[in-house]
Write a protein that binds this ligand. Structure first.
Ligand code: IMP
Length: 178
């Protein structure tokens, strides 16, 4: 991947909208009346979370965490830390984590483990996308938007080196033929 890489649409904004509506219906059925804590992982989940929450017309609370993976690059090193920590009380809450993509699974496995120790009443995961071909640790995704191929995905909040987050479609980053 380099600066010549161009995004190609994988799932259009219309497909994204329909999928977010489906997920909202599933989540509404399970969480209405429970005042859940929706916990977004920054930065990638911000757009998905904003659209999802607008479709959940019942009381809930919103929180974000920012995680970092030591070692840099696009590969997860597996050594993850919470950079911007939780301010909300998790103990006894119904917590629904909102993620943009589960790739190796190392990031989300770390966060779920971290949260489980705080004794929530329930803990589930909603992910916009899943790249199961690269999984290194098992992860259960309770609410899943799209399964994606083993390609680099950008748009709708997902970035490559902070670029392409603004795209309204979910895209694959491809090398330009030169
Ligand atoms: P994991 O720990 O390998 O599952 O990686 C999770 C994080 O890596 C995600 O939250 C993303 O920030 C980033 N990531 C992994 N794959 C992609 C991708 O295809 N596009 C954009 N970000 C990705």
């Amino acid at each position: 991947m380099d600066s010549q890489s161009k995004p190609r649409i994988l799932f259009s904004r219309g497909e994204v909208e329909a999928t977010v509506r489906r997920l909202a219906t599933e989540i509404r059925q399970d969480y209405q009346g429970k005042n859940p804590l929706l916990l977004g992982i920054l930065k990638g989940s911000f757009m998905f979370m904003a659209d999802l929450i607008r479709l959940l017309d019942f009381p809930l609370e919103v929180e974000f965490v920012r995680l970092s993976s030591y070692g840099g690059g696009r590969e997860s090193s597996g050594k993850i830390k919470v950079v911007q920590g939780l301010r909300s009380e998790v103990r006894g809450r119904d917590v629904l984590v909102i993620e943009d993509i589960v790739d190796t699974g190392l990031t989300i496995a770390f966060l779920l483990d971290y949260l489980r120790k705080k004794k929530p009443a329930s803990l589930k995961l909603c992910s916009l996308t899943d790249k199961p071909s690269r999984r290194q640790v098992p992860v259960t995704i309770d609410y899943l938007g799209f399964t994606v191929p083993d390609k680099f995905i950008v748009g709708y909040g997902l970035d490559w080196d902070e670029k392409f987050r603004y795209l309204p479609d979910i895209c694959v980053l491809e090398q330009e033929n030169r």
